[in-house]
Design a protein around this ligand. Structure first.
Ligand code: ARG
Ligand code: GLU
Length: 752
């Protein structure tokens, strides 16, 4: 007993001496896997080499991963360009093909042959052809000291434009360069962008969005969050604009799909395009998010969501109009709440304070040069964070509260017209702009309930006026405060605003725009909604934004030096760059977790859990009749284990927004699932990771196959895929060529 305690203490002591990057944290650059991660990944169960994950010269896993549209990830799952992503990633495409008669959101859609696959103008799938460290070219000629951040940025951007263009000259590839490690390094990405991407299949929302907003960011989860597309290419297999003659794209690699399932401790790899993280903030940076920004934004959205919810419950029309808006407002509202709680639980600000203190000590101990470069750094950072606080808050209130009022956002979208007339823009330009605006407002009014918005305004305007530091409120708003006093002051003002404004209905807005078309902008400019938002926006541009930009530019610059210092200070720590919507590898293992004292969550969910959650009176938990039927007859094919179908599982991979749709891959390089969310208790991982509590949520690939094959009867799609393993080796026998190829390559490598 005593010896074990001592050993445990010793182990603990050792642990606390380990460098700060802990197990499973990190979104790694594919290019650096060999150097930084290969050995670690292999010790954790990876059977492949780094070269098999990312290679420029031969087919590798990266050739089966695409950025899907602007903000999601997708993976290639057949040799005919079949692409798997989330339902919530394909949502707007599915919606665009839907109508009352053919409601694909409600009923799902399945192309039974390639002729039925539906084109999606504007949708792209982007492969990474290669990536390259271009730091020295980008920083060539840029002074390291004595240059303003904005000037440095100009020089950097000029270099970037030149280098990126030269790299793809004379090819059909595209390229971009982004800063990494807070601007200490630059990497170039050469891409191949496909633009004929067709919708192949989507389950009904009662599967693809099962659990809705109730279960969003939550574990245990039962959402069949997937949709299937196909990439089409020209006759030369290269990107081509949509043509009915295009052919299914032949990829360099497609992911084999494993039916073997997962168990705790199994190696998992997530390959995708994480959007944005801030892992290297100082205590002041974390505190800004934790005690300033998040609370303000949460407070405003709390109020707005409460009012939307009331009206959506009272009217079917409003419910439909506001469903998508509500979901998007609620998504980050819920995330920020989870993030704030997670930061509190981790005592993040104090932990960062300890790290800041160590940094200051380290800087003081060093050479004269080290002292000069890093000594004054943190006090400077602190000064700038203090100075920017009011501007950050004012900015949050403008974007969340003022522009959170739809009438004001709508008026703001028409503000450029006023400017154009006042600046005497050419008549033709004005006519074009008015024409565009007139089209634009059609979409706005289709989903607008003026009575709902008026209630929102009455709640959000006082939050805006009280929350914004007084010195940063426009005079116009201060006058309103003087004019409309007392408890009902704002309500009185809002009533008059909504009764007088002509921008509250489609017809009266069109009439106002017709006037503008004739060069008469007075009605628009004098509209009380326009006057209010114009005062707010003008003040924002004149006072808030310039200061905000000055201080955040300073912070950017100091933060770059800080990260450079941190990398010198912690020589044995492996650093990964913050997410910036570029291709990354995260790896970890399947694991349970304890969300709260006395509670333990298992690592997987099943179809049984869907039936337990089923509730025909709650639209988030409706179960389609056909699924209930399959459950009754237990018609599961080869996709079941222990008499039920696995639905989702969790693992310790470090992921963020943008990783939606990312392939989750096992140690053999086979697809085991598709990433679609994070657990609520782990949402602070964008700022501070905690291996005990952070879990990515993955759709089990067997549930996807079950829905495609058994629920939708689209077995022809499953036949296209390469299945491996499964109960009694039921997977397609011709399968696994890809896997064998990989094993052979690895053996050859080992021999060499
Ligand atoms: N939380 C996930 C992500 O950040 C899923 C959002 C879509 N799902 C939903 N129920 N709103 O984007
Ligand atoms: N659902 C998120 C997305 O759309 C992923 C969740 C996360 O932030 O980890 O990318």
């Amino acid at each position: 007993m005593r010896i074990t305690t001592r050993l445990a203490l010793l182990a603990l002591a050792l642990l606390s001496y380990l460098p700060a990057a802990r197990a499973d944290e990190g979104m790694w650059l594919p290019l650096l896997l060999k150097q930084l991660n290969e050995a670690d990944m292999q010790s954790k169960g990876l059977k492949l080499t780094a070269e098999q994950i990312y290679s420029v010269n031969q087919g590798s896993l990266k050739d089966a991963v695409v950025q899907f549209g602007g903000g999601c990830t997708g993976e290639i799952i057949s040799d005919q360009g079949l692409l798997l992503t989330n339902h919530h990633c394909g949502y707007s495409q599915i919606q665009q093909h839907s109508s009352v008669e053919k409601d694909y959101l409600t009923n799902g859609y399945w192309a039974m042959n390639q002729d039925q696959e539906l084109p999606n103008p504007g949708l792209t799938a982007t492969f990474i052809v290669r990536m390259e460290d271009v730091t020295s070219q980008v920083l060539a000629g840029v002074p390291t000291q004595g240059i303003a951040e904005a000037d440095r940025e100009k020089m950097v951007q000029a270099n970037i434009a030149r280098v990126a263009q030269a790299a793809v000259q004379g090819t059909h590839y595209e390229s971009f360069i982004r800063p990494f490690y807070n601007g200490n390094e630059y990497y170039m990405f050469v891409t191949e962008v496909f633009e004929d991407i067709r919708l192949v299949g989507a389950p009904p929302s009662s599967i693809g969005k099962f659990g809705g907003d109730t279960d969003n960011w939550a574990w245990p989860r039962h959402t069949g969050d997937f949709s299937i597309f196909r990439i089409y290419a020209g006759p030369d297999n290269k990107p081509a604009a949509y043509s009915k003659d295009n052919k299914p794209f032949k990829p360099r690699h497609h992911l084999p799909i494993s039916l073997n399932g997962i168990k705790p401790g199994d190696f998992t790899l997530v390959f995708g395009f994480p959007g944005r993280t801030n892992e290297y903030l100082t205590s002041w940076g974390v505190d800004e998010v934790y005690s300033l920004s998040n609370p303000a934004k949460i407070k405003v959205r709390d109020a707005k969501l409460r009012l939307l919810d009331q009206d959506m419950k009272a009217s079917d029309k409003v419910r439909i109009q506001y469903a998508a808006k509500y979901a998007s407002i609620a998504n980050y509202w819920k995330k920020w709440i989870g993030e704030t709680r997670g930061l509190k639980k981790l005592d993040a600000v104090n932990r960062k304070k300890e790290q800041d203190a160590k940094f200051i000590q380290w800087a003081q101990k060093g050479t004269e040069a080290q002292k000069a470069a890093y000594g004054p750094l943190l006090p400077e950072l602190e000064k700038n964070y203090r100075a920017v606080r009011d501007y950050t808050l004012a900015r949050d209130y403008v974007t969340e509260a003022a522009l959170g009022i739809e009438l004001l956002a709508h008026a703001n979208s028409l503000l450029p017209l006023v400017d154009m007339v006042e600046k005497k823009a050419p008549a033709a330009d004005l006519a074009t702009a008015v024409g565009k605006a007139k089209k634009g407002i059609l979409g706005f009014f289709r989903n607008y309930s003026v009575s709902t918005d008026q209630k929102v305004a009455a709640a959000l305007l006082p939050l805006y006026a009280d929350g914004t530091p007084t010195a940063l409120l426009p005079a116009y708003v201060k006058n309103l405060q003087k004019q409309y006093t007392g408890k009902t002051g704002w309500t009185t003002y809002v009533n008059s605003l909504y009764s007088k404004s002509k921008l509250t209905t489609e017809a009266s807005t069109q009439a106002v725009l017709d006037e503008v078309g004739k060069g008469n902008v007075q009605t628009l400019a004098d509209d009380p909604a326009m006057q209010l938002i114009r005062a707010i926006v003008t003040n924002y541009r004149a006072t808030i934004l310039p200061n905000y930009t000055t201080y955040t530019d300073n912070i950017t610059l100091l933060q770059r030096t800080y990260v450079a210092g941190l990398r010198q200070m912690q020589t044995d720590r492996k650093f990964y760059p913050d997410a910036n919507s570029t291709l990354r590898v995260a790896y970890g293992q399947v694991a349970t977790y304890e969300p709260a004292d006395g509670v333990k969550y298992d690592y997987y969910t099943t179809l049984d859990g869907i039936m337990e959650k089923a509730d025909p009176t709650n639209p988030d938990f409706e179960v389609p009749a056909r699924l209930a039927e399959l459950y009754k007859t237990k018609d599961y094919g080869p996709y079941a284990v222990n008499g039920t179908v696995p639905v989702a599982f969790i693992a310790t991979n470090h992921t963020t927004g943008g990783n939606s749709g990312s392939p989750v891959i096992n140690g053999n390089g086979e697809l085991i699932g598709t990433n679609f969310d994070r657990n609520w208790e782990g949402t602070m991982s964008d700022i501070m990771f905690d291996p005990d509590r952070v879990r990515n949520i993955t759709l089990d690939v067997r549930y996807m196959l079950f829905v495609v094959d058994k629920y939708a009867g689209a077995g022809h799609l499953v036949k296209e895929m390469t299945l491996v393993g499964g109960p009694n080796g039921t997977a397609t026998p011709e399968a696994s060529k890809e896997v064998k190829k990989m094993k052979v390559k690895r053996k050859e490598k080992e021999k060499a």
